[in-house]
Design a protein around this ligand. Sequence first.
Ligand code: PLP
Length: 400
Amino acid sequence: MPGSELFGQEEKKEVMDVLETGILFRYNHEAQRNDIWKAKTFEQEFAAYYGVKHCHMCSSGTTADDITLAACGVGVGDEVIVPPFTYIAPIEAVLKSGAKPVFAEIDDTLCLSPEGIEAVITPKTKALMLIHMCGAMAKIEEIVAICKKHNILLIEDAAQAIGATFNGKKIGTFGDIACYSFDFFKTITAGEGGAITTNNDTLYEKSHMYADHGHDHIGTNRGAEGHPILGTNYRISELHAAVALAQFRKLPTILENQRKNKSIIKQKLERIGEIKFRHLPDQAGDNASFLSFFMPDIQSTQKLLEISNEKGLGLIYWYDNNFHYLKNWDHLKQLSTAYPLAIDKAEWTNYMSQLELPKTNDLMSRMICIGIKIKWPENEIAPFADQLVQAVKESVSVTV
Ligand SMILES: *Cc1c(COP(=O)(O)O)cnc(C)c1O
């Protein structure tokens, strides 16, 4: 699940390269840096792996969300469609941009559904923030078609789906622009870090400029650079980029291990007819960082959670988790912010109090998730799977 399981000599080596020159800044200082460019190298390797023209690293997945919205020109008066099941960062980013986040229903892919998206499109819809949750993909082809039909910009937040593919094409390459996170809990980690990718030259130019106070990054004299736009500082340091680079080179190993470990558990669970797995539009393209399934009803779900607590199975119940699901976000519902936003507070609280997402609520209330470790000793994984199967069987018998 997190790349932190694999920290080793490779990460140390990349970091030491940087410390030996002392140039922790990603730009300029050509004479002193001994040709050590960790952020730039990462961007080249990441773009090549994704088969895209451009990658730009930044300080976090949250700032990557922010950059994609800025590059797409999202701001005051716009609406952006978002999912109710997500890490909250992309929603905060939409609010900060001045636009209104508009929630739509998810389906059994755990991502926004094509019908859910279509139902909330208005003339103000500027972009769709599609979040590929828990390691795998939304119904991406249908969603791309909807965005094209309605002239909506598609931003893919692939922070949780690094390395995932749909019919062989990388998740993150279907939309106009995509974002990734390398925070401490992600599949590859730099402690903190993020990136955006795009094939669009204009979106790329705006992204790297916005993330560095509008600097155009032309020439070798930072002081003499032009500033076509205003921006902010979302730069990544060379130290973080160095760790990300070593981690990224381990991605094939990570994916292989996660897929192997997940299939061991899934094969055993498959024998229980009462549960239904998360729908994967392309099973082979799952990055396998999580295994998610739906229990038949809330009663059996609660029973399973009780057993999980007793036996320390570590099952995740996102329905009650207070930073992944809308139901628990009182600060968002009340728009509790440090400063006033462009969005009208009374209108927002009214919108939130009337918002109903029955399909999402039903799915979330029955959904159980397991984090798949990268290094899971064989003598531990099979007993865990057996315990889990036993617990699920006992739980479904409560109601069946
Ligand atoms: C983790 C995450 C982010 C934010 O990334 P940070 O690097 O923690 O800022 C954004 N979107 C999704 C879907 C995430 O899971």
